[in-house]
Design a protein around this ligand. Structure first.
Ligand code: ADP
Ligand code: ZN
Ligand code: ZN
Length: 652
């Protein structure tokens, strides 16, 4: 029997494919079952291997799963780039880019798509929209990165729809990336409404089987459009002609587990590899993107006004005088009542879930902590618990203080649960809809919750940043931001940027149709220069100011970063291990700066101590240094476990 040798990508810390033998040739891109140590794993064939020298150690493929390759060379190229840039093993990346059922070796299902309704838009395009569409359309089959920068409500989604239409007419596929599941529903409906073609959706809220059908429909070129969250970026699309990234500033595009890739950044890489245009869209672009547009490397397309609709007015409420009771000032309550009386809806924004962030003994000031973290657990009422949001540890809320036996335990501050309770008290006649991670944990819960809002029924929405994003609610006229001080006190170098983006985005939900929107921001620091800039509703002005701050301290986008995190049960071993790594990096005498070792912002988390090293410098130098000191994936020194994050989104 003749023996063939193939290379196979397997999961695990392998930067090269492993060699196996087979009795028949296998093409690249076909799944195979192979032995690995004492296990059997699913791997992907990477093509023919040379005849190995140590023949008797070569193991045989157990079985071939597919008749045809399920990934293409195009797909492989994107994975190779990702592996190289984020220093992650390609086998892990390739396998995790497959939907779960395929990763487990299940057979390929029949593809499934949804058919578009092919309706015409109810309005004429504005000149800005027209211009943007033409500009992108003219670069078909060429690489060009665009920044579609339009104020909230300026009709970016309509531009997407038109571009999709043009690409389908050229026989090409379109990939639309959205940050969160909550956003996909509305986006899908709006795109499907005008779509003259077939569409697929992919995100973690969809059952595995359905996701696989969408994957196959895209990979076979049957789906014209794929709309999905960050992992959808790794879907093979043989006729891909355009990538659209909605709300490109959103942190959800950054993977925070396993390989910490940025789907937004990789979308640009993919477009470049395939020589096609990519459009990043946002009312509040990330500073990285904004600067590229300033430098002319990305082409900026502006939508400078809402079609036939003014921008909302924004006012500050000085909480030092109009003191919030139960989280809401008098002015805020009046505005909400006014909206409801006029048949409109109101949104009350608070970026903190649970009932109250702190429980405290009124007699001695004792505050319960989390057993496993440096964090204070949040008080939840539904159900009753003290819940640590960092390690998920739940404890029963105490009713007697363990320090002084006092019985007056006070809930201090507000979370969304408590605000919901207060709103129900002040507006007993109005339905209150709370939207946060706790109320939307079930599949489809978000869509069900939000339906009355879409239907235009009078109601008050209360919730976290899930409400800030992209939604287009016709009857929503009034937005109240209850605690704006929270965002200004963040310690991260991106805090101000993220705060300004969040405020602008929340404000942008108000008054998108009909009555002029009104936004009220409660703050104890109305004199902050940042409010002054946010009130102007001029994002460029704001971006310039934030960028200047960043440059002073050499933070991105001026420099590039890599964050090395280490964790273990003993703080000394974490520091020793990081020190070793720091010395190794410094020994290269390269111009990169190494900051640390330093404790992570929350040092003890989930029973472990966390420390960090930050590497600052030019992108290429950081890459070089990391490669020389790697491999980083699965890295351990004694009991210390490492993680590498290239271009971290935050320094957590
Ligand atoms: P963005 O994504 O920029 O926040 P949307 O695409 O959600 O904005 O558009 C806001 C609203 O304006 C939508 O309800 C949309 O139907 C409407 N719209 C878009 N383009 C036009 C236009 N040219 N004329 C009138 N209304 C429009
Ligand atoms: Zn006490
Ligand atoms: Zn904890």
């Amino acid at each position: 029997m003749s023996r063939f040798f193939i290379k196979v990508f397997v999961p695990g810390p392998f930067f090269e494919p492993l060699t196996y033998s087979t009795s028949a040739p296998v093409s690249a891109g076909i799944r195979v079952k192979v032995p690995l140590g004492s296990r059997e794993v699913i791997g992907l064939c990477a093509g023919k291997a040379n005849r190995p020298e140590a023949l008797d150690t070569v193991k045989s493929v157990i079985s071939m799963i597919d008749d045809e390759p399920i990934i293409s060379t195009q797909h492989q190229a994107l994975v190779d780039f990702t592996s190289n840039y984020y220093l992650a093993p390609p086998g892990d990346l390739l396998l995790s880019s497959l939907p779960t059922t395929l990763r487990k070796g299940k057979p390929i299902p029949e593809p499934r798509t949804e058919i578009g309704h092919n309706n015409s838009p109810a309005y004429q395009l504005t000149d800005d929209q027209h211009h943007a569409i033409e500009a992108v359309d003219q670069t078909a089959n060429q690489f060009q990165c665009f920044l579609l920068q339009g104020v909230t409500g300026s009709g970016k989604t309509q531009v997407f729809s038109e571009l999709i239409d043009r690409m389908i007419k050229r026989g090409q596929q379109i990939l639309v990336l959205v940050p969160e599941i909550g956003l996909t529903g509305q986006m899908v409906r709006r795109i499907q409404d005008q779509l003259d073609g077939e569409l697929c959706v992919s995100h973690s809220g969809i059952a595995d089987g359905e996701r696989t059908k969408a994957f196959i429909a895209s990979a076979r070129g049957i789906a014209d459009v794929l709309i999905g969250t960050r992992s959808a970026l790794f879907t093979p699309m043989p006729k891909l002609g355009l990538i659209l990234v909605d709300e490109e500033h959103d942190g959800a595009f950054k993977n925070q587990e396993g390989c910490r890739y940025s789907a937004r950044d990789l979308a640009i890489v993919r477009a470049k590899q395939m020589n096609i245009p990519v459009v990043l869209s946002s009312a509040t672009p990330s500073l990285e993107t904004w600067q590229q547009a300033e430098l002319g490397k990305y082409r900026r397309l502006r939508l400078s006004a809402r079609p036939g609709q003014p921008q909302p007015t924004i006012h500050l409420i000085d909480a030092r005088y109009d003191r919030p009771k139960d989280g809401l000032s008098k002015a805020a309550k009046r505005a909400i009542r006014h909206a409801i009386d006029y048949g409109q809806q109101a949104l009350v924004f608070l970026n903190r879930r649970g009932y109250s962030p702190i429980l405290m003994c009124a007699d001695c000031g004792w505050i319960p902590g989390c057993k496993h973290c440096d964090a204070k657990p949040t008080l939840h009422r539904q159900p009753d618990s003290l819940w640590c949001h960092h390690c998920d540890h739940h404890q029963r809320p105490v009713s007697i203080c363990p320090e002084c036996s006092g019985r007056s335990l006070l809930a201090i501050g507000h979370g969304t649960e408590r605000l919901e309770e207060a709103l129900a008290g002040s507006f007993p006649d109005v339905p209150i809809i709370r939207v946060d991670r706790d109320t939307t944990a079930r599949r489809r819960a978000f869509e069900q919750l939000i339906q009355p809002v879409i239907d235009g029924q009078p109601c008050i929405l209360v919730g976290t940043q899930m409400l800030a994003k992209g939604h287009d609610f016709q009857k929503l006229s009034t937005v109240v931001v209850t605690d704006a001080d929270q965002g200004l006190s963040g310690a991260d170098f991106r805090s101000v940027e993220h705060f300004a983006q969040l405020l602008t985005q929340v404000a942008g939900r108000a008054g998108r149709h009909g009555a002029t929107g009104q936004v009220l921001i409660q703050t104890h620091r109305p004199d902050s220069e940042w409010f002054d800039k946010i009130l102007r509703q001029d994002y460029d002005h704001l971006a310039k100011a934030v960028l200047l701050e960043r440059e002073k301290f050499n933070w991105p986008p001026k420099s590039h970063l890599a964050l090395i995190t280490a964790r273990a049960t003993s703080s000394i071993s974490v520091f020793e291990a990081l020190e070793k790594v720091a010395n190794q990096i410094r020994a290269w005498n390269s111009p990169v700066r190494v900051l640390g070792p330093a404790p992570a912002p929350m040092e003890r988390r989930n029973r472990q101590y966390h420390g960090q090293l930050l590497i600052l410098g030019k992108r290429s130098l950081i890459q070089w240094v990391l490669k020389e000191t790697g491999p980083w994936a699965y890295k351990k020194l004694g009991k210390v476990i490492f993680h590498l994050d290239v271009d971290p989104w935050d320094l957590w």
